[in-house]
Design a protein around this ligand. Structure first.
Ligand code: EPZ
Length: 423
């Protein structure tokens, strides 16, 4: 298996180009199942999760043609079966995103229960409840969600008692081909959900309330969509991760193809710590701080502070003067990186869903071998390696490759000493 060998201490300098958003690409790829015509998607990130979902679409009968590593044409005219098999779904739980479109387009599907992952149980009960509310008959058999809606799905009111990003995306896609109006109360407001709505609007689906917590969708009553070519929005979590690379090394870096309006809470937190940031429509520039102060974070659904940035800020907290406090509200086990950071000498105390980090600008992490446990934890360990004395080896970086395109190349170009090696 590959690992990243990082030698700490280098300042960073220069520009990083941000790739397309993984968490936008996944629902948008699933949405091609709503069409019987070829759909071209540009600015796809070249990451493992996108490849996995493309393979699932092909397994279902879609024809996926890669025009470049970042551009694909998906033709889902001939769906030959509607079973999303365990072997693919277990590799990427976001495969659950084919549930809504398959049910709406074909009237039946079997989707493997995704199972949990390192950060939590990750149930899909809200997805299932919503599909049943729209008229599907669903039962669980042999680890599969077996769903039937032979007469199609019926628009209705869906009230989510918990905000769920992919749950909301599944309902939006199902509602696009349902009969009548669907109202979603307590909808997710992430930029990725907004882009899904915009792409469906451009395909002729009437959607009101885009970007708000109340969405109204008028379905086409199983009339397949014609989806015009579109480009995936920039990845706000990749952008936030590289801003943290600049912040933890107290460097001057500039992100291009980034959308500052998608990560306001992250930018504000960096300003509170002591950094100056300048941004325009598609770039964000971070300048070194004279002093970096401790901070408090409570992870919250968008537009609050994103849980996907929590691990990266825990690494940054080790370099901020004083005691920082991070409360993880969304997932029950998303502090796996803490014990690995402690191996590097970080002073972190965990109590339930609250992490307390005592840091200082003079505190020196010391390089060691550490193990990645999930996608964002991996990036947090890389960030810590950038400032740890000596060298750090981050193992099991297949987690990293799921959601970051060419991470070591992008950091090397900024002056980081990081290389990929094989065990
Ligand atoms: C999406 O996951 C993202 N993944 C996650 O990013 C992100 O961390 C998460 O949203 C929260 O922002 C994609 O978009 C592909 P949820 P999702 O449903 O949709 C509970 C990354 O690093 N819940 O919004 O699976 C759930 O347990 C990944 O890129 C239920 O109880 O998350 C959690 O506590 C990691 N029942 C909360 O809701 C359900 O049916 C939010 O989960 C669904 C969710």
């Amino acid at each position: 298996m590959d690992y990243l060998h990082i030698t700490g201490g280098a300042k960073l300098q220069g520009e990083i180009n941000i790739s397309g958003a993984k968490n936008a690409a996944l629902p948008l790829l699933s949405a091609t199942l709503l069409s019987n015509r070829p759909v071209q998607i540009d600015n796809l990130p070249n990451v493992a999760d996108v490849k996995t979902l493309a393979k699932l679409l092909e397994h279902l009968g879609a024809v996926v043609s890669w025009l470049t590593p970042h551009q694909a044409q998906i033709d889902a005219n001939h769906i030959i079966h509607t079973k999303a098999i365990y072997d693919i779904v277990r590799k990427m739980r976001a495969s659950i995103l084919v549930l809504g479109p398959l049910l709406a387009r074909c009237g039946h599907c079997e989707v493997s229960l995704p199972g949990g992952c390192a950060i939590g149980a990750r149930p899909v009960d809200l997805h299932i409840l919503a599909m049943e509310k729209m008229g599907a008959e669903i039962h669980i058999e042999g680890g599969y969600i077996v769903a039937k809606a032979p007469k199609g799905l019926q628009g209705t009111q869906i009230v989510f008692d918990k905000i769920t990003v992919t749950g909301c995306e599944n309902v939006i896609m199902a509602a696009a081909l349902a009969k009548g109006r669907t109202q979603i109360i307590n909808a997710a407001r992430e930029p990725e959900v907004v882009q899904l709505c915009e792409v469906l609007q451009n395909a002729g689906v009437e959607i009101q309330g885009v970007g708000t917590s109340v969405l109204e969708i008028i379905g086409t009553d199983r009339e397949p969509l014609q989806i015009p070519t579109f480009s995936v929005i920039p990845d706000r979590i990749e952008a936030g991760t590289y801003l943290c690379a600049g912040a933890i090394t107290n460097s001057h870096i500039r992100l291009t193809n980034a959308n500052p309006t998608h990560l306001e809470a992250v930018l504000e937190k960096l300003r509170q710590i002591g950094f100056r940031l300048e941004s325009n429509r598609d770039s964000i520039e971070l300048f070194p701080a004279t002093k970096r102060e401790s901070f408090e974070i409570i992870t919250t659904e968008h537009p609050g502070f994103p849980t996907d940035m929590q691990a990266q800020f825990m690494s940054l907290a080790t370099q901020c003067n004083g005691t920082s406090v991070i409360q993880e509200r969304l997932f029950e086990n998303r502090f796996m990186h803490a014990s690995e950071l402690q191996r590097l000498g970080a002073n972190i105390t965990l109590k339930g869903n609250i992490a307390t980090i005592v840091g200082s600008e003079s505190s020196q992490l010391v390089g060691a071998d550490v193990m990645a446990t999930d996608l964002r934890a991996s990036s947090a360990l890389v960030l810590a390696g950038l400032v740890a004395q000596g060298s750090t080896n981050v193992h099991r970086i297949y987690h990293l490759d799921r959601g970051y395109e060419n991470l070591e190349q992008k950091l090397t170009a900024l002056g980081a000493q990081i290389e990929r090696k094989s065990e």
